[in-house]
Design a protein around this ligand. Structure first.
Ligand code: GUN
Ligand code: ZN
Length: 433
């Protein structure tokens, strides 16, 4: 059954970090998006002749339709501990994270949190979350089962941890391998799902476990890998102690075959020059998590080095909840802008919206499916309301261009801006009021 949406839409076609901004996007002030079998079959100027027979397009006024956002690094199990007060990464993990995550052996508990998490992601306009689960296979089943009922394109994986965490959260190199393999066989490629091999970070895995993770990543066709990298200076020093003889943090993962296409590294705040080069050469991906980096006092990510330099690294955006503090990619962009400001680089609105849509889709090797509004792509969309709040309405009255409107949205906006969210053409969220 076909359907259609009418309204202004914005979709990137190029890369504003590499070419003139003006030629890098397609904006249609009165657009029509026709959807068939979950995919876009037409996206262009409104033309009554292109509306399928019997279909009345849903018409959004004072709004802007954009591709659904991507949250490329997030921990759904940490939803109940967002805003945990304290020190930096390692204390925060021990004091809050490793306590909360012990509850996920209970599948009903996991399901309840997955529901809340997905509700909030859709409410924020995110249609593709890539999430860590916990060490418990039940936490992965609960997540994918909930995502299946919404028809999302999403990735997730069981956390691998066989040391330096409470006993109740540990697997072994062998059980972690076996359970991950069974979960990947069950979920990878089912619907729009992809499995993500998930060693939490080097300190909580023995060399044997990292080797097993490397084997999984190499053995299962198209599987992803996610972990944390160089988030915090104490963490980096600990990795150097735990893995003597390696040449830095990234080299630890590299030794176990964990650096390549579809490997997603959260943070990368403190990379060395050889590490930047290696990431670029390997086609590996950084996920920049600005609200988390500020909340945990981790440091200021070098977005300019990542994207504007002559040797760029694939870079996506993530919330990293529960260390991150907002589900909303608009808030994430706002904080990304401020971090860049502190490093002397200004992130324009078009660069920012590119990064949250096609830029992230490209960075995570999913741009054949998502990230832009064009025929053939999945109909994953977010409808943004320029006048979502009284101050937005008042402020937008003074905006002189699309670029200014977008910048105001990412400065003053949050979940309230999202009027509706579509996944595979189905309306999965609609703001009331
Ligand atoms: N490093 C290892 N585990 C985590 C986590 O859960 N959150 C963050 N922000 N960093 C980590
Ligand atoms: Zn994280």
């Amino acid at each position: 059954m076909a359907s259609a949406i009418r309204g202004a839409f914005l979709s990137y076609t190029g890369n504003p970090f590499k070419e003139a901004v003006a030629g890098s996007f397609y904006y249609e002030s009165d657009g029509l998006i026709v959807i068939d079998e979950g995919k876009i079959s037409y996206a262009g100027v409104y033309d009554a002749g292109r509306v399928p027979a019997g279909v009345i397009p849903e018409h959004y006024r004072d709004a802007l339709i954009v591709p659904g956002f991507i949250d490329a690094h997030v921990h759904y199990p940490q939803t109940p501990m967002i805003g945990a007060y304290g020190k930096q990464l390692l204390d925060w993990l021990n004091k809050y994270t490793f306590v909360t995550e012990q509850r996920y052996h209970d599948k009903d508990f996991a399901r309840g949190i997955a529901k809340v998490f997905l509700r909030e992601q859709l409410k924020a306009g995110v249609t593709t979350p890539i999430t860590y689960c916990t060490v418990h296979p039940e936490s992965v089943d609960a997540y994918f089962e909930e995502a299946e009922s919404l028809g999302l394109r999403t990735g997730a994986g069981k956390v691998l941890m066989d040391r330096h965490a409470p006993e109740a959260l540990l697997d072994t190199a062998q059980t972690g391998y076996d359970e991950s393999k069974a979960l990947a066989e069950k979920w990878h490629g089912r619907g729009r799902f992809f499995y993500v091999v998930t060693p939490r970070f080097a300190p909580t895995s023995t060399p044997e476990q990292l080797e097993a993770a490397g084997a999984l990543y190499q053995e299962i066709s198209g599987v992803y890998m996610q972990t944390h990298l160089s988030e915090n200076t104490k963490e980096i020093a600990w990795v150097a102690e735990l893995f003597p003889g390696t040449h830095g943090y990234l080299d630890v993962y590299d030794r176990y075959g964990l650096v390549g296409p579809r490997t997603l590294f959260g943070h990368a705040v403190h990379l060395t020059d050889p590490e930047w080069k290696r990431m670029a050469e390997a086609g590996a991906t950084i996920v920049h998590c600005p609200t988390s980096n500020l909340f945990l006092g981790s440091g200021l990510f070098n977005l300019e080095r990542a994207l504007v330099s002559s040797n760029p690294v694939r870079t996506a955006l993530g919330s990293d909840l529960g260390a991150g503090t907002s589900f909303s990619p608009l808030v994430t962009l706002n904080e990304a802008y401020k971090i860049a400001q502190l490093r002397g680089y200004s992130l324009s609105a078009h660069h920012a919206f590119y990064l949250a849509t096609l830029g992230s889709a490209r960075a995570i090797y999913q741009d054949q499916h998502i990230g832009s509004i064009e025929a053939g792509k999945d109909a994953d969309l977010a409808v943004l309301d320029f006048k979502a709040t009284p101050i937005l309405a008042d402020r937008q009255a003074f905006s002189a261009s699309l670029e200014e409107q977008l910048f105001v949205l990412m400065t003053l906006g949050d979940e309230r801006v999202i009027k509706a969210t579509y996944a595979a053409g189905r309306k999965v969220y609609e703001r009331t009021g």
